[in-house]
Design a protein. Structure first.
Length: 60
C-alpha cells in the first residue's frame, strides 16, 4: 500500500538550516547598507564641498 502523503516535509535539520543562512545573509546586507550608506554620503559630501571651495577660490 502507499504511505500517506505528507507533502514535502523536511527534517528539522533541513528546515532550520536554510532560514538561518538566509537570516545571516539578510543581516549582513543590512549592516553593509547601514554602515556603507552614511560613509558613502559623507565622502560624496566632502568631495562636493571641496570642489565648491576650490572653484570659489579660483573665481576670486
Amino acid at each position: 500500500m502507499n504511505e500517506p502523503s505528507t507533502g514535502d516535509v523536511k527534517s528539522p535539520e533541513e528546515r532550520s538550516a536554510k532560514p538561518r543562512k538566509s537570516a545571516v545573509r539578510w543581516r549582513r546586507k543590512a549592516v553593509v547598507v547601514l554602515i556603507g550608506a552614511p560613509v558613502f554620503l559623507a565622502v560624496l559630501t566632502s568631495i562636493v564641498l571641496y570642489f565648491n571651495l576650490f572653484m570659489a577660490s579660483e573665481v576670486g
